[in-house]
Design a protein around this ligand. Sequence first.
Ligand code: MTE
Length: 336
Amino acid sequence: MLIKTRKSYQLSEQQVTDESVYHSRRDLLKKLGYLGAGSLLAQSAASQASPIDFFSSKKDTVFQRHALTYAKAEESSQILTPEAKITTHNNFYEFGTNKGDPVENAQDFNVNPWQLKISGEVDKPYTLGYDDLFKRFPLEERIYRLRCVEAWSMVVPWVGFGLAQLIKQAAPNSKAKYVAFETLYDPKQMPGQESRRIGGGVQYPYVEGLRIDEAMNPLTFMSVGLYGKTLPAQNGAPIRLVVPWKYGFKSIKSIVGIKLVEHKPPTTWNILAKNEYGFYANVNPEVDHPRWSQASERRITTGGLFARNRIATLPFNGYGEEVAQLYKGMDLRKNY
Ligand code: MTE
């Protein structure tokens, strides 16, 4: 099925059917007359046990306008994946390799205090503390498809801000050609980092990278929440990357370091299996994984009798209009 993708920002407005929970939250918001995000910061000491609800805090922004404009979708493939699925079907090997492990093993993951350092080839390196993650940049909501390299996908309403804003604030110099990301390394909290068996033999800390032009693309997003609330630990709290036109493994979780660098940085899955996971990892139905086809995907929705769960995979996960020009002249079979 062909999904006509307008600018990604518009996806939320007409093309998405939301979960009933989300409808009722929206109705509540209307009744309350746009209670907004101001008090969010005062509450930001909240732990995983009591996530901040962006919707129930005071006034603000683009974020609310998006939240208020969801409409029924014609296209079943655009149905929002229920919150309960997004938060229980996870890949976060630091907490175990089974899909249900992260939700179970990450419940005590402590994200406050947190430090995210922006450094490297920049004139103004800086560090964001936990509260800064929510207040330094205006938050907005983006509804993106997430396509895992394992051939399943979801539609997720993220909350966050563009990575470009964070990078610009550091004033990159002319040597900044790539951006390297690093997940927290804390084996005491992340059992997979301590045990080969639990962590799947991955080399930790988990690292990822983008070319600078990919990082600055307006689609590239830093997420601090989903479904209107702070991110659950298993989804990468307190802050993660979301690159919707690339396979999900690029979207690194629980980030503590963002470094602007001159040379292509190493990336976790590439280190583990170079011939299976490339640096670019752009979603591409024409380039199969050596062990399985990438032509279609299983969309995780509410299921049910009429759900069309198997759908065709689109080049760049349907975001070609916004990003294909980044790869002009490149052989995408070689640069998988
Ligand atoms: N980030 C870290 N640090 N560790 C991981 O194991 N898994 C990746 C990515 N980010 C992973 C990670 C993979 S393979 C996918 S598909 C997505 O996270 C899954 O995100 P989700 O669990 O929120 O759906």
